[in-house]
Structure formats: C-alpha cells, structure tokens
Ligand binder design. Sequence first.
Ligand SMILES: [Zn+2]
Length: 450
Amino acid sequence: MYSPPSGPSPSTRSGFILFLVAAAAVFVRTQTLVDPPSGESFDASHYAVTLDLDVTDGTITGKARIELTMRAAAAVLVLDIGALAVDSVRSGGASTPFQQSARRLIVTLPAPASAGERLRLDVTYHGTPRTGLTLLAGGGQAYTTFSTSQWMPVVDAPADRATLDLEVSMPAGWRAAGSGREVERRTRDGRTTYRWRNERETSSFLYGFVAGAFAEATGRRGNVLLRYLGSPFSADELQRIFRDTPDMLAFFEERAGVPYPADSYSQALVATSGGQELAGLSHMSEAYGRSVLADATATSLIAHELAHQWWGNLLTNHDWTHFWLNEGFATFMAAAYKESARGRHAYLADVEGWRTRVERLRASGTDRPLVFPEWNRPTADDRAVVYQKGALVLHELRALLGDEPFWTAVRAYTREFAGRDVTSPDLQRAFEASSGRDLRAFFDQWVNLR
Ligand SMILES: [Zn+2]
C-alpha cells in the first residue's frame, strides 16, 4: 500500500483533474501517443505474473493480475507497459476496452470506480523487451534490470509498493533466483518453471529474476541461505568470489539495526551488468567476477549491492529526486564495510576518491545539490553527484557529528522507515535527533535544492 511518511498525497485535486483531461485527450485522439501519468488514481497492492521466456526468439508471453485500490474516483486506469503488446484486459472477469500509448496501458472501466473501491485487472501480453529483460539464447541466460514495465504491466513509481507472485518458465535445467521466497520448482515437457512469492510490499523496480545454465554454490549466515550463481564459473570459483558475503551481511545487519528481511539472498554473475540490486537478489557482470578472482579485495560492488537490501530496497526513495538516499548510502556502506574488514586506510582511500570526483564536478561546473529537480536521462556527472557526492556527504556528516551519534542516527532512520519510502528531510531529522544539533545549514549546503 502507498503510505507517504509526510506531506500531501501526490494525487491532489488539481492534479487529478489534469489527469482526467489528459486521459480524455488520449481517447479523443486514439492514434496519438500521449503518455498520461501512470497509477495516479489508485494504489496497486498485489501483482501475480506468469511469464514464458522464449530465449531463442528473444520474446516473452505473459499474464498479469493486478489487484488495486482506488485512491480517487476514475473511469480510466493507467499503467506502465514499455514496448509490450497487450492482447487482452479483463476487469473483474469481464472483457474491458484498452489502448496503448508509447509507454502506457490505458484501461477504460465499464463504469467509473469510486475512491476506496478494490479492483482486479487481468492482462495478457507478449513482446520483445528492448530493455529491462535480457534474453541470451547463445549465452543461456535471462535476467531483469530495473525497468520492470518492460516485462510486465506495472506502476513504476517507487512509492507504490506491492506484493508479488512471480512464475517464470524457462529452458529445462536452468537455475534461477527471483524476488521472494521460492515456493515451487518443476520440470515438465522440456521446460523448468520457478515460482516465487514476495510477501513484503516492495517497489516494483526491484522485482526481477536471473536464470541460466548456471553453476551454483551456496553459503549461509544465520537463517539466511546465500546462493551464488554464474557461468562460465565453477562452483569453487563462485564460492571464492562471494566468500565475504556472510561477513558483509552480518556487518550491514549490525549497522542497520534491522535483520536482513528475507530467508535467502542470491547473487548472479551475468553477461553484462553494471551491478543491479533486486528484491532478495543482485546481479553483477562476469567480467567483475573475474576481477574478484584476480584481486580478492575488489569486493566493493558485492558490498554495494548487498547494502541496497536495506538502503534502497527496505527503505526506498520516495521518488527519483531523492535517489541519493539509495545510491549514496550503498556507496558509503560498501566503504564502511571495507573499513571494518581491512582498516581505516581502505575506507579513507574511498573517501579521497569521492572527494576527487566532486572536485572534478565543481571544476566542470556540473556540481549540483543531492536532491534533483528531475532524474531524466542522467549524465555520468549526474550519477557522480548521486553516488560519489552522496557517499561523501554521509562521510562529512560522520566527521561532523562523531561516530556514535552518526551510527545511532543511521540505525534509528533504518528502523523507523523499514518498509516505507523516504525523503532527505527524514534523514536530516534522524541526524538532528541523535546529535541534538540543527543541521539545516549543512543540508542546505550539500543536499537541498537552492
Ligand atoms: Zn547502487
């Protein structure tokens, strides 16, 4: 369910009227590809998705059930759909008219729904995902990256959390990991099908899976099963690459003050990846895996993606203007782990790297506050603001406040907002509460829009 921690609902009255006008315009000009905003009139609460992967053709077919609650009266529902082709939509079991704009599915209800009403949509679809889902026939792999609407109809907004049932059918014998607890694995007629249930309400950009002709190694930390997947690596190599994972997990649990929130965590090495966190799993590239085999200390990306299971996944930026709360935190936490494992000098080397990058931003005139007015088509410098400058700001706060107030605030913030979305003022309040200091000037200098 959508539960903003503070401030007005994003669906203000004027916003809602504008939305009706925009939706009406789409209907009048049926061939005009206007993208109306998605999810404005409702909260998605549960998705149940069945996906069939044809890795030879690079295509998918899917069925999605979307359970939602109306936040405002509306006759039109808008979802994100990417480049997929929708074959049918049913609402409460009855066939329902729909249209597609460039990136949206626009459903016309048989009768307007009122605020508070609960609805169920069933959508069948097929297509060739351009991004968001990589299908490699020759490489024997399939994996998702960030853009969930490229493989299922969904509300992309990070603040609209929902539970997920995900069933994926793939070539027989493939190993896979997906968002949630594995509840079924069966092989029949040359196909293996996995089903996962994610019972914790999660932002949809974190839904996903990895699948392939992978080798597998496992580990354990407390009650958490650790799975390491990849090819062309051997099980022994996977074990070496990911051997610090139990230690990292213990470190982040202690710094978060919140236990790891699931019973398994999977990591996969796939053909191409810059590192992607998903709910209960992450993927990194095969080239990165080889770099860890060559240098056992090159584990920052492993730590960064694991840190996201708290900062980014459990606490999620309310919208992309506060993306630094995901990425600055994960970058900082990877260095904090390095400090605990290899000493203060290793941490300070990372801090100096961040500082040098921020100085380059300043020299090139591309330095900005951490809170962005928009996050569309970010440049490499924009990403450096969110990742490296974000991490540097957390280091500066730690230096300003001292270790005890700093880590007390991190724990309080993580506990308070676990399972919710966050904005930068939420973090400011946590640091002010633990230190007893007024941090308005600090946040105005580094974080807030001027
Ligand atoms: Zn990240």
